[in-house]
Write a protein that binds this ligand. Structure first.
Ligand code: SF4
Length: 102
């Protein structure tokens, strides 16, 4: 799935949310932030990396991966719930404005 296909999938979820609001748990803003032009702005910052310490157990010691999904990730394709949920919450709290370009 490329990013345009993903955006279309998110738009379908947004339409489903309108029809079945109790079934789709994601907040509307969370979904909006998953599509252009916001998705790249959010993943460039990745809010959870500022609040979550990911630990992997390798042999008998902890190591810290690039993110909770590992070291081999493509941030511009990320759809992690925690990323976009926390981005929406940060905006709601006035900590960030995703409307601002750059
Ligand atoms: S892949 Fe990992 S670091 Fe990149 S945006 Fe997603 S959660 Fe953040």
């Amino acid at each position: 799935m490329d990013n345009e296909e993903r955006a279309e999938a998110v738009r379908i979820v947004m339409a489903l949310k309108k029809k079945y609001p109790a079934f789709v748990r994601n907040h509307q803003r969370h979904l909006e932030l998953m599509i252009p032009p916001y998705a790249d702005r959010v993943t460039a910052v990745c809010p959870p990396t500022q609040a979550i310490l990911s630990l992997y157990l390798e042999e008998n010691q902890f190591t810290t991966p690039f993110c909770c999904h590992g070291n081999d990730v493509e941030c511009n394709r990320c759809g992690a719930w925690v990323v976009f949920h926390s981005a929406a919450k940060m905006e709601q709290m006035g900590l960030v404005n995703w409307e601002a370009n750059g």
